[in-house]
Design a binder for this molecule. Structure first.
Ligand code: SF4
Length: 350
């Protein structure tokens, strides 16, 4: 397949968004804001960050227009992220407009759930299909220490509201830190299984605003399994489609008789020690309209600038296809000379 980059006569609209490794980009993460309602210690400083100026942030109109171009280019799944996406006003209306795209992409959201209890029903009516909630501990004091906010109850209420509104599965993403919450992993898993949520443990990635990440401090997937296996019987399933999580079926463990749901799973996202870049189908659009073909990219494509300068859909599509065709093989975190991107995770989105 001749790529757009090498042959300008090739229409960007034909054949999907292929990179030079044959990977097809079908999953778009859209960051709605770089702001957040929490201050997680492994993500940003207590005082927060220099937020994007309002006029640099994409409007709903611009997001829907760009999303419609990505969908026409073969994207079939859109995840709304942040910062914390629900601090942006009007997310349900935006979801409704995205769910009206044809073909309709699957719509999901990654949130800290602080305001989910109030918004879950409206988001589902608008067309939201799935939700991932970030929650690293069930201990109130530890939550307040980790996030610098005493809001654990709101997160729990948000999770139950999401399930009650019909979102399924409701997934929980937890980042584990050796001296803080690693020992709590079995309890988190048991709690999720009883409540009918799907637990996932994530290796902390070098994307913190403070650039304090070290590999030595990072809890590996192996460590997580070492903590879980004495308490739970796990059967490996592997990666489902191109999803980042390595899935395990939980066959047995504490509270087995009270486990809700008919499917008992736990996922581990081992971006650093077991990278899954070979099957990556993800792209990211930042809140200020920059296309990142990888979380760890050092180059971005300024779609906002082109859009506001009057670019046509065809020109924008060509920019997207050209960027994707130049996508790097992977994050190279383990390679000598790895350099953390300047833009932090909070301004890229999960
Ligand atoms: S690190 Fe980059 S290439 Fe690898 S899975 Fe993540 S986004 Fe894809």
């Amino acid at each position: 397949m001749t790529s757009v980059a090498s042959d300008p006569t090739v229409s960007p609209w034909v054949g999907g968004l292929l990179d030079s490794f044959g990977r097809k980009a079908e999953d778009l993460r859209i960051s709605l804001t770089d702001k957040c309602s929490l201050r997680c210690t492994y993500c940003m400083p207590a005082e927060g960050l220099q937020w994007l100026a309002k006029d640099r942030v994409l409007s709903d109109e611009e997001i829907v227009r760009l999303a419609s171009i990505f969908v026409a280019l073969g994207v079939n799944s859109i995840r709304l992220t942040g910062g914390e996406p629900l601090v942006r006003p009007g997310v349900a209306e935006l979801v409704a407009r995205l769910s009206a795209l044809d073909p309709r992409p699957e719509l999901s959201l990654t949130t800290n759930a602080l305001s989910l209890a109030d918004k879950a029903a409206a988001l589902v009516s608008a067309g939201l299909d799935r939700v991932n909630v970030s929650l690293d501990t069930l201990d109130r004091a530890r939550f307040a220490e980790l996030t610098r906010r005493d809001r654990l109850d709101d997160v729990i209420a948000g999770l139950h509201a999401a399930a009650a509104a019909g979102l399924n599965p409701v997934k929980i993403n937890a980042v584990l830190m050796r001296e803080i919450n690693l020992a709590e992993a079995p309890e988190l898993l048991e709690w999720a299984l009883r409540a009918g949520f799907e637990m996932r443990f994530i290796e902390h990635m070098p994307l913190d605003a403070q650039h304090a990440w070290t590999r030595a401090d990072m809890v590996t997937a192996e460590e997580v399994l070492t903590v879980l296996e004495p308490r739970f019987t796990l059967r490996p399933i592997g990666h489902i489609a191109n999803a980042p999580a390595e899935e395990f079926e939980v066959l047995d463990g504490p509270g087995r008789a009270e486990w809700a749901a008919d499917q008992h799973r736990v996922g581990i996202i081992a971006s650093v020690t077991r990278p899954f870049c070979r099957d990556c189908d993800r792209l990211r659009l930042t809140a200020d309209g920059q296309l990142r073909t990888c979380l760890f990219a050092h180059r971005e494509t300024d779609l906002r600038g082109a859009l506001r300068a009057g670019a046509s859909d065809d020109e924008l599509a060509r920019m997207i296809a050209t960027a994707v065709s130049a996508k790097a093989a992977g994050h190279a975190i383990s390679a000598p000379g790895f350099r953390q991107p300047d833009r932090p995770m909070s301004a890229i989105g999960g």
